[in-house]
Structure formats: structure tokens, C-alpha cells
Write a protein that binds this ligand. Structure first.
Ligand SMILES: [Zn+2]
Length: 160
């Protein structure tokens, strides 16, 4: 496991300012290190949302392993055990944020817009308990989004 030296920062994917698409700060690691296809889908969704007066904020995107480890440790502290924490946070090994395959959006009107229109861009909510967490499911454009897991604890990808 990587040794933590100081608090995770912007270079670890920490979002310390308002980051909105499509006009996002182009060199923000949380955004630029996302998977290319996910980012492209997000940009086109955000352009259409802006036309309807809704700005899609990115509250979290790509995260370094050490940042994700930090978040998981915080969740263990908060929820009391590794098992309880895994309903709310993934480890660095399994997080879709670490691989650049997930984004958290906000504020509420952006979440609401994505809930109504995300599937048209292949952007799907994955967990019932995380209305803000989106991943790319290209087949959703024609078939709609797959059923949601109740929470990350049910996601077989996170069982490692
Ligand atoms: Zn997320």
C-alpha cells in the first residue's frame, strides 16, 4: 500500500473549486484523467443541459489511489467497520473513480437533469443510494440504463 504523505491534493483528484462542464478548467486532474469516452459523453450531456439552463457540476471524478484510500478510511471511521464502510465507499483497488470510470455530479438540479436525460448519453446512475454517481453504459442509449444496485455493497465488481 502506498505511503500517505500529507493530505491528498488537486493532483490526487481533489475537487477544491467549482468545476462545471462543458466550461471546466481544462487541466483539472479530476476531469482530465477521466476515461475519454466517459468525458466525451459528459461534455455532450453538459452542453445540452446548459441549453436548458442547467449547469452540470463535477463534485468528484478521477481520484488517485491514495485519495480513495483516504476516503475509504474516513468511511471506516464513520461507519465503524470495513464491511459497513463498503456500502458507502469503494477501496482504492476497486473504485471506479480510481480507474477514471465514474463521476459524481451536482448540485441538485444537475442530478435531476442527469436522472431524466443521462441515459440518452449512456450515462447511468449505478447505485440507488448514490443519486450523484454516474458511469458510462453505452448500451443505455438504445436500451436504457441497467437496474441499479441498492448500494455499492451489492456491486460484484467491488467484491475483491
Ligand atoms: Zn462516485
Amino acid at each position: 500500500m502506498e505511503e500517505l504523505t500529507g493530505e491528498p491534493g488537486v493532483e490526487d483528484g481533489v475537487v477544491d473549486q467549482d468545476v462545471h462542464l462543458p466550461a471546466a478548467d481544462q487541466d483539472h486532474p479530476a476531469v482530465t484523467r477521466l476515461d475519454d469516452d466517459l468525458l466525451e459523453a459528459l461534455r455532450s450531456a453538459a452542453e445540452d443541459a446548459v441549453a436548458e439552463g442547467v449547469s452540470i457540476g463535477i463534485t468528484s471524478g478521477w481520484r488517485s489511489e491514495r485519495y480513495q484510500e483516504d476516503l475509504f478510511e474516513d468511511a471506516v471511521d464513520e461507519h465503524g467497520s470495513h464491511e459497513a464502510a463498503s456500502r458507502w465507499a469503494a477501496t482504492a483497488e476497486t473504485s471506479q473513480h480510481v480507474s477514471g470510470d465514474a463521476v459524481d455530479v451536482g448540485p441538485y438540479d444537475a442530478i435531476d437533469w442527469m436522472r431524466r436525460h443521462g441515459a440518452d448519453y449512456g450515462l447511468c446512475q449505478i447505485y440507488a443510494n448514490e443519486s450523484w454517481h454516474y458511469e458510462l453504459r453505452p448500451e443505455a442509449v438504445t436500451r436504457g440504463c441497467p437496474p441499479k444496485y441498492a448500494d455499492p455493497g451489492e456491486d460484484p465488481r467491488l467484491q475483491r
